[in-house]
Design a protein around this ligand. Structure first.
Ligand SMILES: CC(C)(COP(=O)(O)OP(=O)(O)OC[C@H]1O[C@@H](n2cnc3c(N)ncnc32)[C@H](O)[C@@H]1OP(=O)(O)O)[C@@H](O)C(=O)NCCC(=O)NCCS
Length: 182
């Protein structure tokens, strides 16, 4: 395991590297765009959000201070963004639910960063007042399911051919959830 779990600030990873986990800032546009461009084709193909698209980067950066939306990034000493996670409170009768996103830059995978970010964003979701957290991902993405299972999430459902990738192929998605203490 990495040395420290579930908080913002400096985090030592399992491979000896360290990153800072902090809130996304409006001024992070360039760093976030570079992060998006660094993701492999498969991620860009299968992720719900298209991080290679400048409009998405603008929407995320502009929402840095949005109510009901917490966005965290992991940065290196040089300010490069190597991980992104977000929790967004749902509208209407599901406003006690926060939906989570999580992506780690490939060169930083398998060093515990995904787990650290996931833990941190669940804490942030709880601080925003959410009592239920959900995450949805392609059924084929084992890594994300492993992380959220470890954090106590359970599979709540699977939707057949519910996602269409950027090549036009259909995929099943898995919805995982957990109830959190306020
Ligand atoms: C999912 C993702 C965030 C994991 O990031 P990561 O930094 O590699 O995760 P960690 O190093 O904390 O791994 C935690 C555990 O997840 C599991 N895991 C991670 N990568 C895995 C893989 N490729 N295959 C199988 N299990 C994997 C392992 O159990 C791992 O623990 P271990 O290294 O002690 O065996 C990263 O692979 C990613 O960004 N994927 C694309 C986006 C995505 O699928 N997001 C999840 C849904 S929102």
């Amino acid at each position: 395991m990495a040395q420290r779990i579930g908080a913002l600030g400096n985090v030592a990873l399992k491979d000896g590297r360290s990153v800072v986990i902090r809130n996304l800032r409006e001024t992070d546009w360039d760093a976030l765009a570079t992060f998006g461009q660094s993701l492999p084709k498969n991620d860009l193909l299968y992720l719900e959000d298209d991080f290679s698209h400048p409009e998405l980067i603008t929407r995320l950066a502009n929402a840095a201070h949005a109510e009901n939306w917490c966005q965290l990034v992991a940065t290196t000493k040089t300010g490069t963004i190597v991980g992104y996670t977000a929790a967004q409170r749902m509208p209407g009768w599901s406003n006690h639910v926060a939906n989570i996103r999580l992506i780690v830059q490939p060169e930083y995978r398998r060093s515990g960063l995904g787990m650290q970010l996931a833990h941190a964003i669940v804490e942030e979701a709880r601080d925003m007042g959410a009592t239920k957290v959900t995450v949805d991902m392609l059924a084929a993405l084992n890594a994300g399911q492993a992380i959220f299972s470890r954090l106590g999430f359970a599979v709540e459902g699977q939707l057949a051919r519910h996602a269409i990738d950027r090549d036009g192929n259909l995929h099943d998605i898995v919805i995982m959830s957990a109830f959190v203490r306020v």
